[in-house]
Design a protein around this ligand. Sequence first.
Ligand code: SF4
Length: 343
Amino acid sequence: MTANGTVADKPDGTTAENPPQRALTAENLVVEFPVGRGQKVHAVSGVSLELAAGETLGILGESGCGKSTVGRALIQLPPPDSGTVRLGDVELTGLGPEELREARARMQIIMQDPVSALNPRRRVKDLVWEGPAIWGHDGSDKDARIDEALRAVGLDPETVRDRRPHELSGGQCQRVCIARALMLDPHVLICDEPVSSLDVSVQAQILNLLETTTRRYGLSMVFIAHDVSVVKNISDRVMVMYLGRTCEVLPSDNMHLRAVHPYTRLLLASLPEAQRSAHTDSAAEVKQAAELPSPLDPPSGCRFRTRCPLATDLCAGEEPPLREIAPGHRIACHHAEPRKDIP
Ligand code: SF4
């Protein structure tokens, strides 16, 4: 069911009510940025992920770990240097410009700064209608669809329809961005730090809206953020990234108990005392103060080894493969082992 109350047929034969089982799959994404003198930033180095229909996958990591670059590579803005992305059954990396534009309509991105994401000269009703207008909708039910989309994101159409972005709060602007995304009947939302620019009180409202919206319309979501508790609470599974690579992928349930990768434990150690366990407390030994290495010249082997208290010669010589240690739980570490006392 779409934001306007209709069911839309997709070019790949699926509908919003009958989405593909695997909403999104990415394999071996590599993104590098040349910075002159033959140097390049190794932003994303061989990241793979899969997203089931209706699932929320959180991507967690510090600033500069490549999580936003992964989000952009998924939507092909820009396409990765290598690797593949499949939206349902459609391989995006091989599409021509027109087919790619069509596919992108089914994968909408919500950005960090909602105010700058909206054209300041346009009114809310025109901003919300932008997508259907681009796609040549005849506009016969335009007003009704705009109002319906605004109500779906908790905005009163009478109050906001004719306003411009500068007349709205940051939270209201983010709601408009979500309404715009829903108008194109997407299968997947890519949310890149969608609440980090908002006041704490508004953050909870927007997170709640994203959760109810994905459930209501059966959407899958990739939720990218640096805030551990936000990612943990909204996601079904969490993928932890460090310096362009995946460290650990695990269910969000009991994440603080399950996590075994030293970097994930370091991130969890930042949670308030009540959310931590004795297990994560011991992560205090991790070298929190150590500097993040440069993505221009990342460490050999395991990229986390310069901050890891468990590092050995093996960690410097060999990159640890991502291996499954329990159903739905994978880690890239030579030495960490699964815990045996998970409830
Ligand atoms: S592979 Fe080695 S350096 Fe990397 S996280 Fe594991 S123990 Fe630490």
